[in-house]
Ligand binder design. Structure first.
Ligand code: AMP
Ligand code: MN
Ligand code: MN
Length: 329
């Protein structure tokens, strides 16, 4: 922590970034860190390769996030909620060349990239770590920063329901509410402003659920056709996997999202897929995601792959065939 504070105190032009296809923690940590560094008088650019999902655009400062940047003019990069540097997207190589790269993250699979690391795998969200860092840097946590920190914790813990929900989630949320966060206002934006198309997409996604013969694995798919049919985007598939995970006896839920054709290969039915994995705690899905070049947490992980859908499903079922035998029996 002290080393990071020293780096940030000495920095003047800072690029703050987080992973592509950002979730609430990636947006929240990017904004909280960006607002705090700006309050310290630093020149900061907030960057994310992907558009900010509509449900997070209410977050203070989100209009400052840019999607194009000249990466040559920074002395420091702060990379948030990324288990490896490739997660930032196409600016990866440019970030790697920056004099100082600060890696702040909570993934068990963190590759320890960068010149200094603040990786706490017990943290429920990257914003939990950012909260401690901002406090240690003695930057006052105003309502705007507090809203970003709270939203990261709220979304990464699945509203305080997932296994990563720890005491800090409640302690910090309590403090953020004391700093002016309105939990109802945040919940309304994050969970209460879905488009009709998003609800219709839920219907199609639920209908796609398949269960393995042993009932331990559920598979859900979201295709480009479903998005077209409902007038939605991939960001509208966020959180759908939790329905597949809730099914009785299911240990691992798999969500296969077909990426747009420009990002991938479309010959011979091979497509670019993002695969999300969720576990009930008995299977380490970070280990499975790592086998496919991805990463994450023991109970929530993901990876990207180019494959055909039947081949991908067969590979996943094969890798998880051990799920057949209950752990400990
Ligand atoms: P997702 O299923 O995309 O919501 O991601 C679940 C968890 O796995 C998150 O903590 C992600 O940051 C992480 N994750 C997803 N995709 C990848 C990937 N390609 N490489 C490393 N980590 C990933
Ligand atoms: Mn994330
Ligand atoms: Mn996170």
């Amino acid at each position: 922590m002290d080393e990071i504070i020293c780096c940030l105190n000495n920095a003047s032009d800072i690029l703050v970034t987080s992973h592509t296809a950002p979730d609430g923690d990636a947006v929240g940590s990017l904004l909280a860190m960006g607002l705090a560094l700006a309050a310290m008088g630093k020149r900061v650019v907030l960057y994310n390769e992907s558009p900010i999902p509509a449900v997070y655009r209410f977050l203070p400062g989100s209009e400052r996030i840019v999607h194009e940047v000249d990466p040559s003019r920074f002395d420091t990069a702060v990379v948030l909620d990324c288990s490896d540097l490739a997660r930032v997207g196409r600016i990866r190589d440019a970030v790697e060349k920056m004099p100082i790269v600060v890696n702040i993250d909570h993934h068990i699979t963190n590759a320890e990239f960068g010149t200094c690391q603040l990786v706490e795998t017990d943290a429920c969200a990257t914003t939990e770590i950012v909260y401690r860092l901002i406090t240690a840097m003695k930057v006052p946590i105003d309502q705007d920063i507090a809203t970003c920190i709270y939203t990261g914790i709220l979304t990464d813990t699945g509203s305080f329901r997932f296994s990563n929900t720890n005491q800090a989630a409640f302690d910090i949320s309590h403090r953020m509410i004391a700093s002016g966060v309105n939990p109802f206002h945040v919940a309304q934006h994050v969970y209460g402003t879905y488009s009709l198309g998003r609800i219709k997409l839920l219907n199609l996604a639920l209908d796609s659920i398949e269960i393995s013969p042993n009932r331990k694995i559920s598979l859900m798919s979201v295709t480009q056709n479903m998005l077209r049919e409902t007038g939605t985007q991939l960001e509208d598939a966020d959180g759908l996997i939790n329905y597949a995970k809730r099914i009785q006896d299911v240990r691992v839920a798999v969500m296969i999202q077909e990426m747009p054709p420009e990002n991938g290969v479309s010959q011979n039915h091979r497509r670019h897929y993002h695969v999300s994995l969720r576990s009930d705690g008995t299977i380490d899905v970070a280990a499975i995601a790592t086998r496919f070049g991805g990463g994450g947490h023991a109970n929530a992980a993901g990876f990207s792959v180019v494959s055909t859908l039947p081949e991908l499903k067969a590979n996943l079922l094969q890798l998880m065939s051990g799920v057949e035998t209950p752990v400990g029996s």
